[in-house]
Design a protein around this ligand. Sequence first.
Ligand SMILES: [Zn+2]
Length: 305
Amino acid sequence: MTPISETILKSWQVRKTKAQKSAFIRFLQDHFPELQVQEHKKNRNLVLGDISTAKVVLTAHYDTCARLPFPNFITPLNIWAYLGYQLLIVVPFIALMFLVEALVSPLVQDNRLSLLVGYFAMLGSMFYLLMGGPANPYTANDNTSGVITLLELYQAMPPQQRGRVAIVLFDNEENGLLGSKAFYKAHKQEAWKEKLLFNFDCVSDGDTLLFVLNKAGMAGWGDTVRAAFPATDAKQVRVESSSKAFYPSDQANFPTNCAVSSMKTHKLLGLYMDKIHTPEDRYFDTRNIEFLTAGTLRLLDSLPE
Ligand SMILES: [Zn+2]
């Protein structure tokens, strides 16, 4: 990895508050003065290159999440396990709602009011935990790995390739894909259907690289992606259509897209990701970054002139 990537991994994993993001943007601009900060509805998206001439737009979110007591457990090919887990997470919040209701009820002597108070206690605690809580101190996989992959790529690209590619670091993915949504709106006039949006989110933990393409992505780019990313002894590859595999990230806001992530495998659950959004998010396999950088350069090389 380049020294810039090493520094980001060592010292820049927390990018949650406005001040933390501003400091990170200044750090990036020291190294890449050509980096543009595009402000769309309070989201600061960071752009290298020109979207209008790009055939492929490489993206990753740079904002980081709050520290949660439980991981965001994702099983892209097993929607029932995913939903079951989400349901489990909700149970303690529902318990809190009834607890608050039981405590408030004798005080206000109004059943509907006490239920309402319990309900807002539940919503408030959920909202606080998911967005307002303290920053997660470790974000190696989610999504320092994506940011580093893009910067490695940018530094490795010869000038003739840079002209056909744009790089965007999205803001506020963790708050509901807000940065990418605002970015798409602001650049709506571009010929997005012709451009592949290739999004890296959580790519450093797990030996299976998963590529999920939506319908237009698969039709136009599926074979190109398969050819550019052959499996190796150490790394497996899965190329799936978004009708079969579910991966929640910024690509969802664009018409022709591919989500790139790394997964572990389990006999029963299939592919899974298990540490993000907790202080255990520390695993950073540089081989994944090298694999993705080399493959993406091959993909860009295969573009027609
Ligand atoms: Zn993420």
